[in-house]
Design a binder for this molecule. Structure first.
Ligand code: HEC
Length: 216
């Protein structure tokens, strides 16, 4: 009998507690929180407006220490200036351990097709679809011409892809350092009219010096 009364009382109290959470003046109030620590973490959280000394951005995300770079990141030391372009052209080259095999060129072609072809064209002659549609005011240069002029160095291509040039925008977000080398290798291949480095060098060897110097 006593048990039954206690049970009914408990049930009644529970119902009262439930009902009392309704009809509050603030409709957004969650009411009584039985286990607040399950709702509110004690650690610093991301993506919340939360003032934490280690959190600097407006979304409350932790920022990496100043000057830190991701693992395996290739630091490009040349600035976005004409001088930086010249220096990169002279000194920035494929890393010594970067194998430029068929798979490497195939990857370069894929990236070129995704990011560059609509302006520069499949042959790199500057007649991409966007250029032909005449909706784009500028005409990119012909890679073969630029190669003959000796301007299409790895460093120059890398510099242009990183910072952009003239009306061409930077592709730093689309291509990571390794991908920039891949695309640069493919751009050079287009500049050589599809020839490999060895074939191109053989075909463009300066004519052997046949002048016979007479002995006095
Ligand atoms: C929206 C069109 C557009 C896209 C996309 C584009 N380019 Fe260009 N690119 C240009 C134009 C226009 C120029 C000429 C800029 C100038 O000289 O003022 C240029 C110049 C260049 C040059 C310099 C050539 C020289 O003669 O010095 C290189 C190298 C180059 N682009 C590579 C690329 C690569 C690689 C991609 C893809 C990752 C790419 N571009 C994507 C329009 C584009």
């Amino acid at each position: 009998m006593i048990r039954k009364t206690t049970y009914t009382l408990a049930l009644g109290l529970a119902a009262l507690a439930m009902l009392s959470s309704c009809g509050k003046s603030d409709p957004n109030s969650p009411g009584y929180e039985f286990m607040p620590d399950m709702y509110r973490g004690t650690g610093p959280e991301t993506n919340v407006e939360f003032k934490n000394p280690y959190v600097k951005d407006s979304m409350g995300n932790l920022l990496p220490a100043e000057g830190s770079v991701p693992r395996n990141f290739t630091v490009f030391p040349y600035p976005n200036t004409p001088q930086g372009d010249t220096l990169a052209s002279k000194f920035w080259d494929f890393p010594a351990n970067m194998k430029r095999d068929d798979a490497f060129y195939a990857q370069g072609e894929l990236l070129y097709t995704r990011n560059c072809v609509y302006c520069h064209g499949a042959k790199g002659d500057g007649n991409g679809k966007l250029v032909e549609s005449e909706k784009y005011g500028a005409v990119p240069p012909n890679y073969e011409t630029r190669m003959k002029e000796g301007a299409l160095t790895v460093g120059h291509i890398y510099h242009v892809v990183t910072y952009g040039k003239g009306v061409m925008g930077s592709h730093v977000v689309q291509l990571n350092p390794e991908e920039r080398f891949m695309v640069a290798a493919y751009v050079q291949k287009l500049g050589r009219g599809g020839k490999t480095e060895a074939e191109y060098a053989a075909a463009n060897k300066p004519a052997a010096d046949t002048t016979v110097t007479k002995k006095p």
